[in-house]
Design a protein around this ligand. Structure first.
Ligand code: GN1
Ligand code: CA
Ligand code: CA
Length: 261
């Protein structure tokens, strides 16, 4: 505002002195400061005015050319493992190894072990034969590998079974006519009409007799009309002095005959 006021003031002064002075210096002085001033009289052309103000900002220019490559950035993290490379060439032959243990000496070691085992087995068989002889000496009867023997006592089925198991054997279980005869011969050593339990019962399923091991029986020697499950209470089996079998109640007392093999 002050500059405009000054210009207006000076223009007014020029207008008053325009016809009285020939010196244009003052006009020139003023025109150096004001935007548009026409100096001099109407009959003479004045000094050229000053340049105008800057125009409005022009429209956005076209995209410039691609700049020069920037400086190298810092190293990134390591990438994923690449695919396996091409197989390399075959290496040179290695050094000769130490001499191995000969195959024949290994066989010899096994042979020695086998011979030692055979000797142990022979010793064991000898002692078994010895104990079987002792059983036979005590009234035992042999059939095949089995030896049947009694302790001379009468017990119920459960206790008779337990007695034989604790002695390392099992309740007499004849699986053939020969074994049945051997069992019958034990009875004869205890006098007439003696009877003994066998290791057979139908305790699990009525009417289906099985060995106490759970297997189905493969040999029977039932008396005529047996087993009859008399009074619906006969699940154990006795062998009578004639060698025949009869089902009886398990709580009755019978001679204990065990088998060892
Ligand atoms: C005996 O006593 P009785 O007849 O009910 C036997 C049964 C025989 C039956 C044969 C405990 O029964 O096992 O099947 O004779 N009972 C006993 O006649 O020995
Ligand atoms: Ca029965
Ligand atoms: Ca019966």
């Amino acid at each position: 505002m002050k500059l405009i006021q000054l210009c207006s003031f000076l223009l007014y002064g020029l207008f008053l002195n325009a016809h009285t002075t020939t010196d244009n210096a003052r006009c020139e002085e003023v025109s150096n400061t004001c935007a548009v001033i026409s100096c001099g009289t109407h009959s003479h052309s004045g000094f050229p005015g000053r340049d105008g103000r800057d125009g409005k900002e022009g429209p956005k220019g076209e995209k410039g050319d691609k700049g020069a490559q920037g400086s190298r950035g810092i190293q990134g993290p390591p990438g994923k493992l690449g695919p396996p490379g091409v197989k390399g060439e075959k290496g040179s032959v290695g050094q000769k190894g130490e001499q191995g243990v000969s195959a024949t000496s290994e066989v010899d070691v096994v042979k020695e072990q086998l011979n030692a085992f055979k000797k142990e087995l022979e010793t064991f068989q000898a002692s078994l034969t010895k104990y079987k002889k002792i059983l036979l000496f005590h009234g035992g009867k042999q059939s095949g590998d089995k030896v049947f023997v009694t302790n001379g006592l009468e017990e119920n089925f459960e206790n008779a079974q337990k007695t034989c198991r604790e002695a390392g054997g099992a309740l007499a279980t004849p699986r053939s006519a020969a074994e049945n005869i051997a069992t019958q011969e034990i009875l004869h050593t205890k006098g007439e009409s003696s009877k003994a339990f066998l290791g057979i019962s139908d305790l699990q399923v009525e009417g289906i007799f099985r060995y106490i091991t759970g297997e189905k029986i493969i040999f029977t020697n039932w008396n005529l009309g047996e087993p009859n499950n008399s009074k619906d209470n006969e699940d154990c089996v006795e062998i009578q002095d004639n060698g025949k079998w009869n089902d009886i109640p398990c709580n009755l007392l019978r001679l204990v005959i065990c088998e060892f093999q």
